[in-house]
Design a binder for this molecule. Structure first.
Ligand code: PLP
Length: 403
């Protein structure tokens, strides 16, 4: 089946966070992206992680059928929902997941917040690996925990974990939890089985619970293999929590439906109590219908979208090499996010932001948001029609050479 990922779909007027909001003072503020702060011309958004593509036809059909039914009362996952998730995990990753291990959550960010509430007492510590998805910082800090950074190391445009530093930091008895971003947002690494094994062994030896956020696990480049942390061995499965969702994979983030997989019953009960304390039991009527259809019928679409995204990446890499050789692209192994090193331009964060927003009219995610380790970088979301990506790169080139 052919899918038209080149089609430009106007998302304005739908409440799209990417197209109609900006981050101001730590929250989302509505804007038409032509406000006085940034000048009259519209800013092209390539920031928040969703796609500018229509989701799989089977999902749209399932939602239409659900709308047609006309009753949208309280909804919870049925056997067919769980089977769709379980079959997906088995088919794609060879992992056997039991139905009772899966708890539904209204998003991975709320789930991680509740995990901190469940497993970290005030003053205790949570290890993260910056530069990393910034809501991890707020999930820990807003719930009374303290961040410990096991910074990633960059060598020859390739990021790796610092295991010596990890071993030192995990040995602190106050460190109770480690959040693994796998695949890693923003640097695009898909951790190897060996890396995950070393990471897991260090955490387990120090009785540190691993939260493996695998929300990007289905978005893997050709020739790269994703390994789920819990699939490595039974001990890793028992001492970890895996977070997955159809939201990045099939572009369903607004439907607020994700899965938290916890084989250990005691851990699972603690997490479920946190869900109850926050009044979050049950599911989103449309999210459940969409997720089931996506996991059951969405594979061909996913193959298509990943081929298109990889072509976008090759286009971007070639363009930057030719026209903007001062910038360095970090080659991704997964996700539709691309991490680019702007340090050679010698701009401080404020000057770089001005260059992006005022001169280039491009809204990217500034590297500093992902921790001080991200200073001098920008994150591009390339899940968009190629003509939009081409325009973004043209804008960037013009801005860099006019500045
Ligand atoms: C690593 C990671 N975790 C979680 C999320 C968001 O999860 P949710 O929308 O399910 O809260 C994102 C979104 O970009 C992400 O990159």
């Amino acid at each position: 089946m052919n899918f038209n990922f080149d089609e430009i779909i106007d998302r304005r007027g739908t409440g799209s966070v990417k197209w109609e909001f900006v981050v101001t003072g730590g929250t989302w503020a509505y804007t038409d992206h032509a406000d006085p702060q940034y000048g009259a011309d519209r800013v092209l958004p390539m920031w928040v992680a969703d796609m500018d593509f229509r989701c799989p036809p089977a999902v749209i059909e399932a939602l239409a059928n659900r709308v047609e039914h006309g009753i949208f009362g309280y909804t919870a996952p049925t056997a067919s929902y769980f089977d769709a998730v379980i079959n997906w995990m088995k088919r794609r990753y060879g992992r056997t997941v039991k139905r009772e291990w899966i708890t539904l959550a209204p998003g991975i960010v709320p789930a991680v917040n509740m995990m901190v509430q469940a497993f970290v007492s005030p003053g205790e510590k949570v290890l993260v690996q910056p530069p990393v998805y910034y809501p991890f910082f707020s999930a820990v800090e807003n719930n009374g925990g303290e961040i410990v950074s096991n910074s990633l190391v960059i060598e020859n445009d390739h990021y790796r974990m610092d295991f010596d530093d990890l071993a030192r930091k995990a040995a602190d008895p106050a460190v109770k939890v480690a959040i693994l971003c796998s695949p890693h947002n923003p640097v695009g690494r898909v951790w190897t089985r060996e890396e995950l094994t070393r990471f897991g062994e260090i955490c387990l030896a120090n009785d540190v619970l691993v939260i493996s956020d695998e929300i990007h696990c289905d978005l893997i480049y050709d020739g790269v293999e994703f390994t789920s942390f819990a699939s490595i061995n039974e001990e890793f499965a028992r001492r970890s929590i895996v977070c997955t969702a159809p939201s990045k994979t099939f572009n369903l983030a607004g439907l607020k439906t994700s899965n938290v997989i916890i084989p250990d019953e005691t851990l699972r009960q603690k997490f479920e109590q946190a869900l109850l304390r926050n009044g979050l039991k049950g599911g989103n009527t449309f999210g459940l219908a969409a997720a089931e259809a996506a996991y059951t019928h969405g594979e061909a679409w996913l193959d298509g979208v990943m081929a298109y995204i990889q072509e976008n990446y090759r286009f971007m890499e070639a363009y930057i090499a030719k026209h903007l050789p001062q910038l360095k692209v970090i080659p991704p192994e997964g996700t539709y996010l691309v991490w680019v090193d702007f340090r050679a331009l010698g701009l401080d964060p404020k000057a770089r932001k001005e260059l992006m927003m005022k001169t280039a009219k491009l809204y990217l995610d500034e590297g500093e948001m992902f921790g001080p380790e991200g200073e001098g970088f920008e994150r591009f979301n390339i899940a968009c029609p190629r003509s939009i990506l081409a325009e973004a790169l043209e804008r960037l080139k013009t801005a860099v050479f006019s500045g």
